[in-house]
Ligand binder design. Structure first.
Ligand SMILES: *Cc1c(COP(=O)(O)O)cnc(C)c1O
Length: 457
C-alpha cells in the first residue's frame, strides 16, 4: 500500500528533525527538500513520490547486482527463518563458514584466513592492528616495527586508526592531535603529479620516493597500506599501470607487510574480482567491505596470509590472541547475503559480461571532452571520476562556495539520476548489473547536468 500525501509530508519533516546525516552540512540540508528513497528495483531507486532514479553510484559503491535481486532477497529471507544472529566469539554459524570459504577461493592465492567485521573502517582497523601485533610477537616479526607507510590522498575509513593512515586533509586535519603518525608516500596521481612530472617524462619517480622512505625507515615500519589501483574517496585517482606490482616488490624487499584496502575496488569494480589480481599481486592482508554483501547488509572481512595468522598462535597463557571482535562479527544474515552475492558472480558470469560494459563506458565518456571545464576523465573498470576545473591549463578547482559538484548532482537528480560528487569530481560508479542503455543514460544526464550548471557560473 502506498503512503498518503500526509504521511509523506510527515516523513519529510521528521527526516530533517531527527537525523544527522553523514558527510553532510546540516545547515544547508534543512533548506533542501529531502529525497526519501522508499524502494529499489534493479538498477533503480524509487522515492516516496514515485520518482525513479538510476543508482549511479551503486548506493555509495556497495550495490553489485542491482536492488531486490531475487537470489539475495531469498537467501536473507531463508536465513531469517533459521537464525538471525549468534556470536562468532568462539562459536560458529553456517553462513559465516560458507562465506569465508568462498572468499578464500576467489581471493588472490595465499590469503587463507578470514576475520569478519561490519564496515570498511573496521576491516582496515583490524588490518592495522594485526600487522602491528604480528611484528610484536611473531618469531618472524620485529618489535621495533611500529609505524606504517600510508598515502597522501588516501582514504581508509572514519575511525581514529583508519583516519591516522588517511591522507585527505579536508576530512582528517581537525583530528590531527588524536592520530598516530605514519610515513607518507606520494600519491601516484598523474594528473597532479606530486613529483612534477607528466606522463611522457615519468620514470616512476613516485616509486623511488616510496623506496627512499623504506630505505630510511624499514627498520621501524610494520606495514604499508594502499588502495590498490584506484584511490577512491579522493576523487577516483587511477594509478599508472604497473605501480602496484612495484610497490609489492618493494614491500617484499624491505620486509614490510602489504595491506591492500580493497573496500572500494573489490568485487569487480576494476574489471577483475579484486584490483590486486590486475597485476598479479598478493598482499599480506586484504580489507574488504562495500560490495561484499552485494550492497545489502553491513559486512566486512579482513583476509590474511597463513604467515600472518600463524604469528598469533601460541599457548593460551602466551596471550598472542588477537583480542578484537565486534558484537555482530560474522552475522549470519549478512554472510548469507554475501554467499548469494558471490554465487551470482559465478552463475551469471558477471565479470566476463562486465568487460563489454566497461569498453562501452570508455567510449561514451569521450563526450565529456567537448565541455570546456573538464580537467580529466578518469576510469578504471566501472569506476569513473570526472574532474571539473576552472580552466584546463591551470587545473585550478572552483572555489568551494560555488558548490559545483553539489549543484551538478542536484541537477542530475531532477533528471532521474542519483550521483554524489567528491568535491569538484563527479563520480559515476553504477552497479555491475548496469545495462548498456543505462550507461548511455547515466552519461547523457551527467553531461547535461554539468553543462547546465557550468552555463550558470
Ligand atoms: C569506503 C571506504 C572505507 C570505509 O568503509 P566504511 O564501510 O564506510 O567504514 C575504507 N576504505 C576505502 C578504500 C573505502 O572506499
Amino acid at each position: 500500500m502506498s503512503m498518503t500525501e500526509e504521511q509523506i509530508r510527515q516523513l519529510e519533516t521528521d527526516a530533517k528533525k531527527y537525523i544527522w546525516y553523514p558527510f553532510t552540512q546540516m545547515q544547508d540540508y534543512v533548506e533542501e527538500k529531502p529525497v526519501i528513497i522508499e524502494k529499489g528495483e534493479g538498477n533503480y531507486l524509487i522515492d516516496t513520490e514515485g520518482n525513479r532514479y538510476i543508482d549511479g553510484v551503486s548506493s555509495l559503491w556497495t550495490n553489485v547486482h542491482g536492488h531486490r535481486k531475487e537470489r539475495i532477497d531469498s537467501a536473507i529471507k531463508n536465513q531469517v527463518d533459521k537464525l538471525s544472529h549468534s556470536t562468532l566469539l568462539g562459536l560458529s554459524n553456517v553462513p559465516a563458514i560458507q562465506c569465508a570459504k568462498k572468499l578464500v577461493e576467489i581471493a588472490p592465492e595465499g590469503l587463507t584466513k578470514v576475520f569478519y567485521s561490519d564496515s570498511g573502517s573496521t576491516a582496515v582497523e583490524i588490518a592495522l592492528k594485526m600487522a602491528f601485533q604480528y611484528q610484536q610477537q611473531s618469531t618472524n616479526g620485529d618489535p621495533d616495527k611500529k609505524m606504517f607507510i600510508s598515502y597522501e590522498n588516501s582514504y581508509h575509513g572514519d575511525t581514529i586508526g583508519s583516519v591516522s593512515v588517511g591522507g585527505i586533509d579536508l576530512f582528517h586535519e581537525v583530528y590531527q592531535s588524536l592520530l598516530f603518525d605514519s610515513h607518507k608516500a606520494a600519491s601516484p596521481h598523474c594528473y597532479r603529479c606530486p613529483m612534477g612530472k607528466n606522463r611522457q617524462s615519468c620514470r616512476f619517480e613516485c616509486v623511488d620516493q616510496v623506496e627512499n622512505l623504506m630505505k630510511a625507515h624499514a627498520h621501524e615500519v610494520c606495514a604499508l597500506i594502499i588502495e590498490p589501483l584506484v584511490q577512491g574517496a579522493t576523487g577516483i585517482v587511477v594509478h599508472p599501470d604497473g605501480y602496484l606490482k612495484k610497490i609489492r616488490e618493494l614491500c617484499t624487499r624491505y620486509n614490510i607487510l602489504m595491506i591492500a584496502d580493497e573496500v572500494a575496488v573489490g568485487f569487480g569494480k576494476t574489471g577483475k574480482m579484486f584490483a590486486c589480481q590486475q597485476e598479479g599481486v598478493v598482499p599480506d592482508i586484504m580489507a574488504l567491505a562495500k560490495g561484499i554483501s552485494g550492497g545489502y547488509m553491513p559486512l566486512a572481512a579482513t583476509l590474511t596470509s597463513e604467515e600472518v595468522f600463524n604469528g598469533f598462535l601460541g599457548k593460551y597463557e602466551d596471550f598472542k590472541t588477537f583480542f578484537h571482535g565486534h558484537t555482530y562479527t560474522g552475522n549470519p544474515l549478512a554472510c548469507a547475503a554475501a554467499v548469494a552475492n558471490l554465487e551470482i558472480f559465478e552463475e551469471e558470469n558477471v565479470i566476463e559480461n562486465l568487460q563489454a560494459k566497461i569498453a562501452h563506458l570508455t567510449e561514451k565518456l569521450k563526450m565529456f571532452e567537448a565541455l570546456p571545464n573538464i580537467g580529466e576523465i578518469r576510469q578504471k573498470g566501472i569506476m569513473v571520476g570526472i574532474e571539473i576545473v576552472m580552466d584546463r591549463e591551470g587545473k585550478e578547482s572552483f572555489p568551494p562556495e560555488k558548490k559545483i559538484g553539489h549543484r551538478i548532482v542536484l541537477e542530475a537528480g531532477k533528471q532521474g539520476l542519483i550521483i554524489r560528487p567528491l568535491g569538484g569530481v563527479i563520480v559515476l560508479m553504477p552497479p555491475l548489473s548496469i545495462t548498456m542503455e543505462e550507461i548511455d543514460r547515466i552519461c547523457d544526464i551527467t553531461y547535461q547536468s554539468v553543462k547546465t550548471v557550468l552555463e550558470t557560473i
